[in-house]
Ligand binder design. Sequence first.
Ligand code: OFO
Length: 175
Amino acid sequence: MISTKMEGALNKQIELESYASNLYLAMAAWCDQQGLAGCTQFMRRQSDEERDHMLRIVDYLFTVDGKAIIPALQKPPTTFKSVQSMFELVYNHEQKVTKSIFKLLELSDLEKDYSAENFLQWYVEEQREEEELMRNILDKLKLIGSGARSLYYIDLELEKINQEQLAAAAAEPGA
Ligand code: OFO
């Protein structure tokens, strides 16, 4: 049986993951308007991943007799200054999510909720990977530089990353 405190904290995380899914989908829509097919597909997939992160928590709450509260949709921004600033926003958001996961782990420790602690380990690894990915993208964007022509190369790069991720996902056991 889950404590009310832990249940509330996991429901807050559901909100954060759900917002991330919306935010990344709004970014995909913006990228599409800019004619950036690679960035569009990349953000579209990130959005799906965030929804999966949200659903994992919902499912976990089902298994521990907790109540999952599905949050209202918060409208994300619809325009972004540039592709660079969009990815900075993604990186910042991922850092915020990581902090929130660490807080949940602290709480699970405090409450001696070893089931939650075990469940949350998956998110620790996921956040490490996501932060690394976004940092690498930002480094590449810096190397490519800004300006109209650079957008073409940025988009190609994102298309490449997207393909690599799809291949890695397909190679996973059980895929
Ligand atoms: Fe679910 O926030 Fe990162 O991946």
